[in-house]
Design a protein around this ligand. Structure first.
Ligand code: 4AD
Ligand code: MG
Length: 478
């Protein structure tokens, strides 16, 4: 395999012969020489190949346009141009694959994000998606490092499951039954005993319940997998297929849980600042340009400044009850500027409320705890007040909820009681309840939405632009 362009650009000692295989970003021609900006995806930076014009190279260059793949032989030298790194003095130019400029959609000009989504099969070729893809990779690596360094074990929880972890019912069904000829039971219901698994099955909405099983033996575990939700929310923060990191820790309470989540987020941000500097510089400039049209008050903090700010400051921790008081007395609530006016304790918080707390009131990431039990999942530990549960949500600027977690109810009777109240089928969940029957322990965990983390780190505004092939309502191309 060839050494990457990144490698060649970083070399201090040059003057050696090499071969570069890459794609052409741009072509520039003057009287005697042509310049090809070459990129192989190893870095956002291009390597410039300098090609002397001869009848032979001119004929080749006439066929080379943005997007073409080439093989260039030559000598790596220090660039004469100011501010440039090494460049390649070409001795041989070979075309590997042409890209017809009349048909190749990715031209060296600004394309809208919407246009690029429609060409998602080619958008890796843009500087922007190269940068996002590299940062995405670095964040995956950082997350595994974080947990590995702390003695966590990764478990693969199932993607096909028969349980609905959240009791929310927003699931994609999985079946091999012929939908035109559904088998029926005597009382007219679909006969899932004839289905592939002999029962109804679906794609997982969370790996938590299975992670809890593993934590009851390995103490500290995490899953990092695809998650599927058939919620019909067409927002910039929701995907039907997204990736979630879910640690689960035995002998831990909600405070440990918050510390772990805050630690993970800061670790990821630090990792990005240390390892993705070139891509972040590019993404920061993109964001600043993008926001130039906005009034100053609506612009976000410069990207790298914002990342450092989050890394260096403690997140604010407060209870849901305290948050409701702040929101009730807030100007947008009094002036009825919120779409959902907060009238009383018990209201579910919408993203507009979460963002008000983070962006306007505290101007810092916020961890909200102790939510009313009615608006949270059945497995969360009930507080002594009998009204609230030991939940914790982390809210981030520009995003709203990025993490959702809780201390779990480890008491068998109390958990069964909550399941009854929330109409969770107890007999189907006996395997889960066994954790509370045999050696139960206090434990806690959370879920971090990976694409939401990427929104924050890259400064992108829409989750559809931080995953290669987004799945959203009415959209499943590629
Ligand atoms: O708050 P959620 O629903 O929590 C759970 O699934 C728990 N089982 C986690 C746990 O305690 N182990 O989801 C967790 C996070 C959210 O905070 C959000 O960041 C992300 O997952 N998320 C989504 N991201 C993109 N698209 C969607 N449709 C999402 N739904 C949730
Ligand atoms: Mg949540």
């Amino acid at each position: 395999m060839q050494e990457s362009i990144k490698h060649h650009l970083e070399q201090k000692s040059v003057g050696y012969e090499t071969v570069i295989k890459a794609w052409v970003k741009t072509k520039r021609q003057s009287k005697n020489v042509a310049f090809l900006a070459l990129n192989d995806g190893s870095t956002i930076k291009n390597l410039q190949a300098v090609i002397e014009l001869t009848p032979e190279t001119e004929a080749l260059l006439a066929r080379i346009h943005t997007g073409a793949s080439v093989e260039v032989h030559g000598k790596l030298v220090e660039s004469a141009g100011a501010g440039q790194q090494n460049e390649l003095m070409a001795s041989q130019l070979i075309i590997l694959g042409e890209a017809d400029p009349d048909h190749f959609p990715i031209q060296p000009k600004k394309h809208s994000l919407e246009f690029l989504r429609e060409h998602a099969h080619l958008r890796f070729r843009t500087n922007l998606f190269g940068a996002v893809t590299r940062v995405r990779h670095s964040m995956i690596y950082a997350i595994h490092s974080f947990f590995n360094e702390r003695g966590f074990y990764n478990v693969h929880t199932p993607i096909i499951t028969a349980s609905d972890a959240e009791g929310a019912g927003e699931m994609f069904q999985v079946t091999t039954l012929d939908l035109d000829k559904l088998p029926r039971t005597e009382d007219g219901k679909i006969d899932f005993s004839q289905d592939f698994f002999g029962r109804a099955a679906n794609l997982t909405v969370s790996g938590q319940l299975e992670a809890e099983l593993a934590a009851m033996a390995l103490s500290k575990v995490y899953t990092f997998g695809p998650t599927f939700r058939a919620e019909n929310s067409n927002t910039s923060r929701h995907l039907a297929e997204f990736w979630m990191i879910e640690p689960e820790v035995a002998f831990a309470d909600i405070n440990d849980d918050m510390d772990l989540a805050e630690g993970l987020l800061k670790y990821c941000v630090r990792y990005a600042l240390e390892h993705c500097a070139d891509d972040l510089a590019f993404l920061s400039e993109r964001l600043t340009n993008e926001e130039k049209a906005l009034p100053e008050a609506d612009r976000s903090m410069e990207l790298i400044e914002k990342l450092k700010f989050v890394m260096d400051n403690d997140f604010v921790r407060l209870t849901y009850t305290e948050a409701i008081d702040i929101l009730k007395n807030s100007t947008p609530n009094k002036k009825k500027k919120f779409n959902y006016i907060i009238e009383s304790w018990g209201a579910d918080l919408q993203s507009e409320h979460e963002r008000y707390l983070v962006e306007k009131h505290f101007k810092k990431p916020v961890i909200l705890t102790d939510y009313p039990k009615e608006i949270k999942a059945f497995y969360m530990k009930l507080n002594e007040d009998g009204k609230t549960v030991r939940a914790m949500d982390i809210l981030f600027p520009g995003i709203g909820e990025i993490v959702g977690g809780s201390q779990r109810e480890e008491n068998y009777e109390k958990l069964v009681q909550r399941m009854k109240e929330m109409h969770i089928p107890i007999d189907e969940m006996s395997w889960y309840l066994d954790t509370r029957r045999f050696g139960t322990v206090p434990h806690a965990g959370f879920g971090l939405g990976f694409e939401r983390l990427l929104l924050f780190v890259t400064g992108m505004g829409n989750v559809r632009d931080v995953i290669a092939f987004p799945r959203t309502p009415k959209n499943c191309e590629f």
